[in-house]
Design a protein. Structure first.
Length: 600
């Protein structure tokens, strides 16, 4: 093909190749001649002069087209539209006095253009490349390459990279080895549905994508690798929420000849490094809170310690009450739960009524509010309570004048769920949540099991490979719900960042656990026989943890959704609008996989 002199559309090369980055120019570059490559972010025509903000990965700089400097360049700039890819050559100069832009890192300078090349034009983008653009997320994901051009998205991805690098550096220095484990494997029990991959060579059989590398990392301990980690991709087919994705990344860790304290200490060290890499600080070592205390005082095992608003049970205060709502709940075997709201009297009556409506939307039959003023406790239901009950309420919830309280009566789990869900909204409204503050806590002393009323069987709170405590072992079968686990979760600002446990390393104990979980021997053999067998060939005591990388980045980047921390995430309905996955496949492919008979 001949390359006509001006036939840009026939060129595959470009003429103006950069020797500088847009975002790095500053006053120290005055007088320097630079060539820049980038995208036209914004173009302004100011009677004679044309200004374009040129954007590359490093940032943005203003370039100026003045016909007196280059008439030809100015002419070309007239036709430049947003997102055109340009090469420009020009001189860095100070902006005229009064025209500096202090909100822009390069705002003290501009580049006076002498030569320009349109390397590639762009269709009008479906949305502008700017922060807080209000466009449907589906569209953002369909045109993810445009969405990702935003500075904040670049910053988020770079932060993610720094966090991964800090993880590699820290764990390597601690003697860990990264080992990759298979993506095509057998089901691992993390409590979600599996993604399945049909096997062509073994018709009728399926691989499962790993929900985590749990069993492989345990096998690696049995193989004598003392300290394993992996930046591991995990797959769970579950209904999505803001902080869930069908595929996500974990910092997966396992160590041999350790107890809980060793794993917690290593994780504390890792988190301190990761926070440092993100330019933040985390108190180290991180404090611990027993599971029971978290449930009693925060109504959740993911407490947000940045603000107080603690809960208490008020059954004793109201045990002989004449107030029907409370009396009925107690009679039905339920409870009365209250949450103190520091400074809550700042809320107006209509605010308080608004929270009651919100509680009802969340499924609560009602929510009672109280405000402690200097002349006593105020509430629409105060008149139904005795003085003694009011005093009991005030002292149990430790209310001080100016505080408010929410009370709920009913089933314990239902009450706590509603109070837990109201807590962040109320705290935010009252300005109780400090900015840029990170409060972490280890939740420890978990129960080993919970009872699933629907399936009528015990289930592991973590997973079936979690070791019970030494004290729980003897009475495991007699009192399963009293058994405690050697498990721990790390929670930062109310977000569960990770969890792990010391594992069972003896076959007999693992078999007892499967039995307790009502997994018949035939099934445990079929699913986990390889692990059970490996446990008989010299398995060391071992334990580990997995940290959710996407959530960690979300937290450190100050984002609300993990979709902002993943370059190509899925929508809430697990689709990828960019590629159109999941997609239909050709009949022939289905036949190859034995998923469709040859007759169709
Ligand atoms: N495999 C667990 C998970 O993915 C973590 C662990 O126990 O190490 O949640």
């Amino acid at each position: 093909m001949t390359d006509g002199a001006e036939g840009r559309e026939h060129r595959v090369t470009f003429r103006l190749k950069r020797d500088a980055y847009c975002g790095e120019l500053g006053v120290e570059d005055h007088g320097r001649e630079v060539t820049l490559n980038g995208w036209a972010a914004r173009r302004r025509d100011h009677g004679g002069l044309i200004f374009i903000d040129l954007r590359d990965d490093s940032g943005v700089v203003q370039v100026v087209f003045d016909p007196r400097a280059s008439e030809q360049s100015h002419g070309i700039a007239e036709d430049v539209r947003p997102e055109y890819v340009l090469g420009v050559l020009g001189e860095v100069r100070p902006r005229p006095e009064g025209r500096e832009n202090p909100s822009m890192p390069t705002g003290a300078v501009e580049v006076l253009v002498r030569d320009v090349e349109v390397i590639n034009p762009s269709k009008t983008p479906p949305f502008e490349v700017k922060e807080d653009v209000s466009v449907d997320e589906r569209v953002r994901l369909q045109y993810r390459y445009i969405d990702l051009r935003r500075q904040s998205m670049h910053e988020g991805m770079k932060l993610r990279h720094r966090i991964i690098k800090a993880t590699h550096d820290f764990l390597t220095a601690q003697g860990f080895t990264e080992v990759e484990t298979p993506r095509l494997t057998k089901s691992t029990p993390e409590g979600a549905r599996d993604f399945l991959v049909p096997s062509r060579l073994q018709p009728g059989r399926f691989y499962a994508l790993p929900q985590s590398p749990q069993l492989f990392k345990q096998i690696l301990m049995i193989s004598g690798f003392d300290r394993y980690y992996q930046i591991a991709r995990c797959y769970r087919d579950e209904d999505l929420r803001a902080d869930r994705q069908p595929e996500f990344t974990q910092i997966d860790i396992e160590m041999s000849f350790v107890d809980e304290d060793d794993i917690i200490a290593t994780t504390d060290g890792l988190l301190a490094e990761v926070f440092r890499a993100a330019g933040r600080e985390l108190e180290s070592p991180v404090g611990r809170m027993p599971y029971d205390e978290a449930m009693e005082r925060y109504g959740t095992d993911r407490p947000d310690l940045r603000y107080r608003m603690l809960m208490d049970t008020l059954n004793d205060v109201f045990k002989t009450t004449g107030f029907k709502v409370f009396a009925n709940a107690l009679e039905a075997g339920g409870c009365i739960r209250g949450m103190r709201i520091e400074g809550g009297s700042a809320m107006s009556r209509s605010d308080l009524d608004g929270w009651e409506r919100k509680a009802q939307e969340l499924g609560a039959p009602g929510l009672l509010w109280f405000v402690l003023e200097s002349d006593g406790l105020k509430s629409p239901v105060a008149k139904f309570l005795s003085d003694e009950e009011k005093d009991g309420l005030i002292s149990t919830l430790r209310l001080e004048p100016g505080d408010a309280a929410f009370l709920m009566a009913g089933g314990r789990v239902a009450c706590d769920e509603v109070l837990y869900q109201l807590r962040p909204g109320v705290a935010k409204k009252l300005g109780l949540i400090p900015n840029d503050d990170y409060r972490a806590v280890w939740i420890v002393d978990f129960p080993l099991l919970e009872y699933d009323e629907v399936e009528k069987r015990y289930k592991s709170l973590h997973h079936p490979f979690t070791s019970p405590t030494e004290d729980s072992l003897a009475g495991l079968e007699d009192e399963p719900l009293a058994a405690r686990a050697r498990a721990y979760d790390i929670v930062i600002n109310g977000v569960e960042i990770g969890g792990g446990s010391v594992r069972i390393h003896r076959r007999d104990v693992q078999e007892r656990m499967f039995k307790l979980l009502s997994i018949p021997p035939s099934e445990s053999e079929a699913k986990f026989g390889f692990l059970l067998e490996a446990l008989e060939y010299g398995a060391p005591p071992h334990g580990g943890i997995a940290l959710g990388l996407d959530r960690l980045v979300m937290l450190l980047a100050g984002r609300d959704t993990i979709r902002d921390t993943i370059a190509f995430p899925k929508t809430q309905s697990a689709t990828c609008p960019l590629t159109g996955a999941p997609d239909e496949v050709a009949e022939a492919q289905l036949r190859d996989l034995g998923l469709k008979g040859s007759s169709g």
